[in-house]
Design a protein around this ligand. Structure first.
Ligand code: C5P
Length: 213
């Protein structure tokens, strides 16, 4: 089982991904944190070739053996991660790592290019959308800090950079289900996505039964 969740910054991918991973007993992989770890590595003067990024079973992110998970969600790394994400050599390294994980585990993987590039054969593809204003206010609630207008502007800058880059731009896969989350609670979004996964599982069981009978 491979579930791909894509969408712009602060669209609720992580909350949804964690909920689906719990419900369907899948490994949750937050690919944005890998880009953040690379940006942190550059900030520390480490060359890409000398960086080793590892993700543990319990979702800890290691940069050259050091657990940097708690340092990845800063507003400086919000922008820097999207700057390094335009570099083809960075994407190549990280996409390889992401596919390796997906080859070994059933996953819910979230990011920007999961349905289009990393796992084009994913069983379920979801693309979350919400207005920049809504996403900015969610981000402020989550981090318990920030000015609404400024955070909204930063989100718009990042979305534009992520959508306009030449390699693996942010966009829904042709076969993705788009969920508009602006007027919905997290519970409603989880329920909608969970129904998609259940429908898929029912189809799989149905075709297996028909094949066997
Ligand atoms: O999801 P998150 O906000 O942590 O992602 C940080 C940045 O990493 C994004 O703005 C984007 O530029 C980049 N990213 C990406 N492809 C992914 C995941 C994240 O380019 N699959």
């Amino acid at each position: 089982m491979k579930i791909a969740i894509d969408g712009p910054a602060a669209s609720g991918k992580t909350s949804l991904g964690k909920a689906l991973a719990r419900e369907f007993r899948l490994r949750f992989v937050e690919t944005g944190k890998m880009y953040r770890a690379v940006a942190l590595g550059f900030e520390r003067g480490i060359q890409l070739a000398d960086m080793e990024i590892c993700v543990t079973e319990d979702e800890r992110f290691l940069l050259n053996g050091q657990d940097v998970t708690a340092q990845l969600h800063t507003s400086a790394l919000d922008q820097k991660s999207s700057q390094v994400a335009v570099l083809p050599e960075v994407r190549e390294r990280l996409v390889e790592l992401q596919r390796e994980i997906a080859n070994r585990h059933d996953v819910v993987m979230e990011g920007r290019d999961i349905g289009t590039v990393v796992l084009p054969d994913a069983d379920v593809k979801i693309f979350l959308m919400a207005t920049p204003h809504e996403r900015a206010s969610r981000r402020i609630q989550q981090r318990q800090s920030g000015d609404l207008d400024q955070v909204e502007q930063e989100i718009i800058v990042r979305d534009t950079r992520d959508s306009e880059r030449a390699v693996a731009p942010l966009k829904p896969a042709a076969d993705a289900t788009i969920i508009q989350t602006s007027q919905k609670t997290l519970k409603e979004v989880i329920s909608e996505a969970s129904t998609l996964v259940r429908d898929l599982l029912e189809d799989v069981v149905w075709s297996a039964e028909n094949r066997d009978s």
